[in-house]
Design a protein around this ligand. Structure first.
Ligand SMILES: NC(=O)c1ccc[n+]([C@@H]2O[C@H](COP(=O)([O-])OP(=O)(O)OC[C@H]3O[C@@H](n4cnc5c(N)ncnc54)[C@H](OP(=O)(O)O)[C@@H]3O)[C@@H](O)[C@H]2O)c1
Length: 325
C-alpha cells in the first residue's frame, strides 16, 4: 500500500508509521520536521496550514490524517487528495458525541455541530468539523473515533505521569472505586485497525477502544505499580473526598473520572462495530510495560503537546488529601 500520513511523527501517527513500515508498505509523511521521522518513512516537509505543494503529482492508496485543530486544514487536504488517493482515514475522537443519547454509547449517538470550513474552536467541534471536512474527499472515508489512547510515545502524559508517580513510591493517592471500569486503546492497536480498515476501504464512524470492563482503575494501578518496581503503597480513596479537595478528574488525576455522566460517556461505550470489523487489543500489561520501557529510553522528560494542558497531581495536594501533612 502506498500510504500517506498527514503528520506521522508524534504519537498516533508514529504508531501507524511504525506498523505500516513493518508491514512493508511504502510510507510517506507530510509534516514540518519538528520531530525525528520514524525509521523507513519518507518525509515531505511542509506546513499544511500554508501549502500542500509537496503533494503535487503524488498518488496514494490510502491517507491517514491526525489533524486536531481547524477543520478547514483537513478540508484542504481532502480536496487536494481527491483523485489522488484511494481511501481517507480521519483520526477523530469520541469527544464528537454531545453527551446525550443512550448508554452504552454507539456510533448512532448524537454528535456536536461541526463546520468543515471553520477555524479552530473547541476540541469537540474541531473533531466533528474534521470529520465533515474529511467527507469532502471524493472516495471512501473512515472516522476513527478513538477514546483514551495509551502506549509508547504518548505525548499527553497520562500514563507516563502515573508510571513516574508510582515509581517515586510511598503513600500514593489511588482514586477509586478500584473496580471502576476503564476503556482505552493502545495506539498500536488503533494503528492496526486503521491500516486494516484502509486496505478493506471501510467507511463511516467506528468507536475505537476496548470493550467496557476491559480493565479497571484497580487493575491499571496495580499492574503499573508492579511494572515500576512495587514502590507505591496505594491508598484508595472514594470520589467524594477527592472532589471535595478540589482535585480535577482527568487532568489532576489522568485517566480517572468519577462515576457519573462523564465516566459513562468515556468508559461505557459500545465497541461491537469495531470488534466485529476485526479490532484486536493487546493486554494491558503489554501497554504498561512497553510505555515504561520507552520512558526509560528517553534522555529527558517525556514529550508533551503544548496545545494540551499539563496533567498530574500536585504533590502537596496529594499529601493533604491523604492526610499526611
Ligand atoms: N490522546 C488521546 O487520548 C486521543 C483520544 C482520541 C483522539 N485522539 C486524536 O488522536 C490524534 C493524535 O494524533 P497525534 O498528534 O498523535 O498524531 P501524529 O501524526 O503522530 O503527530 C502530529 C503530527 O502533526 C504534524 N504537524 C503539526 N502541525 C503541523 C503543520 N502545521 N503542518 C504539517 N504537519 C504538522 C507533526 O509534525 P511537525 O510538528 O513536525 O509538523 C506530527 O507529525 C489527534 O487527532 C487526536 O485528536 C487522541
Amino acid at each position: 500500500m502506498r500510504l500517506l500520513l498527514l503528520g506521522g511523527s508524534g504519537f498516533v501517527g508514529r504508531a501507524v508509521a511504525d506498523l505500516a513500515v513493518a508491514r512493508g508498505h511504502d510510507v510517506t509523511a507530510l509534516n514540518r520536521g519538528h520531530r525525528p521521522a520514524p525509521a523507513g518513512v519518507r518525509t515531505l516537509l511542509g506546513d499544511r496550514t500554508r501549502t500542500l505543494d509537496a503533494l503535487a503529482g503524488l498518488d496514494f492508496d490510502a491517507v491517514v490524517d491526525t489533524w486536531s485543530a481547524a477543520p478547514s486544514v483537513v478540508r484542504d487536504a481532502a480536496r487536494a487528495l481527491s483523485g489522488h488517493a484511494g481511501h481517507y482515514t480521519y483520526v477523530s475522537s469520541r469527544s464528537v458525541y454531545d453527551g446525550t443519547g443512550p448508554i452504552p454509547l454507539t456510533e448512532d449517538n448524537p454528535v456536536v455541530d461541526g463546520d468543515p470550513d471553520a477555524g479552530p474552536t473547541t476540541y469537540a467541534a474541531d473533531k466533528r468539523g474534521g470529520e465533515l471536512a474529511a467527507d469532502t474527499f471524493d472516495g471512501p472515508v473512515l472516522h476513527a473515533r478513538a477514546g483514551l489512547i495509551l502506549g509508547p510515545y504518548e505525548d499527553i502524559g497520562r500514563l507516563p505521569w502515573w508510571l513516574n508517580r508510582l515509581h517515586r513510591g510511598g503513600p500514593t493517592h489511588a482514586p477509586g472505586p478500584a473496580d471502576l471500569p476503564l476503556q482505552y486503546i493502545d495506539a498500536r492497536d488503533l494503528a492496526a485497525f486503521i491500516l486494516d480498515a484502509a486496505a478493506r476501504a471501510l467507511t463511516g464512524p467506528y468507536n475505537l477502544v476496548g470493550p467496557t470492563g476491559q480493565t479497571t482503575m484497580g487493575e491499571l494501578l496495580t499492574v503499573a505499580n508492579h511494572t515500576t518496581g512495587d514502590h507505591a503503597d496505594l491508598r484508595w480513596l472514594d470520589p467524594e473526598p477527592i472532589l471535595a479537595a478540589g482535585i480535577q478528574p482527568w487532568t489532576d488525576l489522568p485517566i480517572w473520572l468519577p462515576p457519573g455522566d462523564d465516566h459513562d460517556h468515556l468508559h461505557r461505550g459500545d465497541v461491537s462495530k469495531a470488534l466485529n470489523a476485526g479490532l484486536t487489543l493487546r493486554p494491558l500489561a503489554d501497554t504498561i510495560a512497553d510505555t515504561w520501557t520507552w520512558l526509560g529510553s528517553l534522555d529527558g522528560p517525556p514529550p508533551h503537546r503544548t496545545d494540551r494542558p499539563a496533567v498530574g497531581l500536585d504533590p502537596a495536594l496529594e499529601r493533604k488529601v491523604l492526610d499526611l501533612t
